[in-house]
Design a protein around this ligand. Structure first.
Ligand SMILES: *[C@@H]1O[C@H](CO)[C@@H](O)[C@H](O)[C@H]1NC(C)=O
Length: 261
């Protein structure tokens, strides 16, 4: 009797195991951007775990109109989540100068989060007031993320229709002084928090590949072209699969055990 029912159990256990493993693999991938959950009404077509500062970018791009809706998630650098987070597009270069930035912060410790815009003209301190930026910003908002100390910055930028790749950069700071985001650290990770973003969500070509059309010439083939460019990078998937492999073996043992009991 027992030997007749065992294969049945096993057959049922296999799809169950597949579902469980898929869920676990998704969990593993969620260590990146896919773990982010947003309030109702906020959802995005793409997401990328950015290579520096533990930040993630979620976005939806309407290629026809040029509208780019983003949610940027990062942990401000200050103790207990104090400070600010910022995401920017630079239409004229790949560094800070010329960046059109969105910055989320609490103007004073108990105040709700605000989002300011800054046209970064150089290494000057930010003021407490927004300055006009090149991409018409709408729907600016920010809130505390469920993960301790993280902040989510939301906004929509009006890019030129036809834009396919942008230089983007992101940053975190540890303090807000007199209602303005104070200077961030200049550690390696701070300085390297930039890359190219393919708005389609496609991974960008590596350095040796031809330049991406519309990206402004040879700059598109620069080293680090894939930094933060590819949504759900395949390396993350591979890591998730690798992480799931030992789990698979354990589960197979456990299911085998249950089936033979
Ligand atoms: C940003 O600043 C630069 C340099 O001062 C200026 O040329 C540009 O017009 C400014 N952009 C906007 C949108 O005001």
């Amino acid at each position: 009797m027992a030997s007749a029912t065992a294969p049945k159990h096993r057959r049922r256990a296999v799809p169950f195991m597949a579902v469980l493993l898929t869920a676990m693999a998704m969990r593993a991938a969620a260590a990146g951007c896919e773990g982010d959950k947003f309030p109702a009404g906020r959802s995005y077509a793409h997401c990328a775990a950015l290579p520096k500062l533990g930040a993630r970018l979620h976005w939806t791009h309407d290629a026809t109109t040029g509208s780019l809706s983003v949610a940027f998630v990062a942990r401000p650098a200050g103790a207990g989540g104090a400070g600010w987070v910022s995401w920017a597009v630079n239409p004229t270069g790949d560094g800070m100068k010329g960046a059109q930035a969105l910055v989320a912060f609490q103007p004073s410790p108990a105040a709700p989060y605000a989002v300011n815009t800054y046209n970064i003209t150089g290494y000057k301190p930010f003021g407490a007031r927004s300055t006009p930026i090149a991409f018409r910003p709408t729907e600016l908002a920010a809130d505390a993320a469920p993960a301790a100390g993280e902040v989510r910055l939301y906004g929509k930028l009006q890019l030129s229709p036809g834009t396919q790749v942008v230089n983007h950069l992101w940053q975190v700071g540890s303090a807000v002084t007199a209602g303005a985001p104070a200077k961030h650290a200049f550690d390696k990770d701070n300085l390297e928090a930039k890359g190219k973003l393919a708005l389609s969500g496609a991974a960008l070509a590596p350095a040796s590949a031809p330049a991406v059309a519309g990206a402004g010439g040879s700059a598109a083939a620069e080293q680090g072209g894939s930094a933060g460019g590819g949504a759900k990078p395949s390396s993350a998937k591979a890591a998730a699969a690798a992480a799931a492999a030992p789990v698979l073996m354990l589960l197979a043992l456990a299911v085998g055990f249950m089936a033979t009991v």
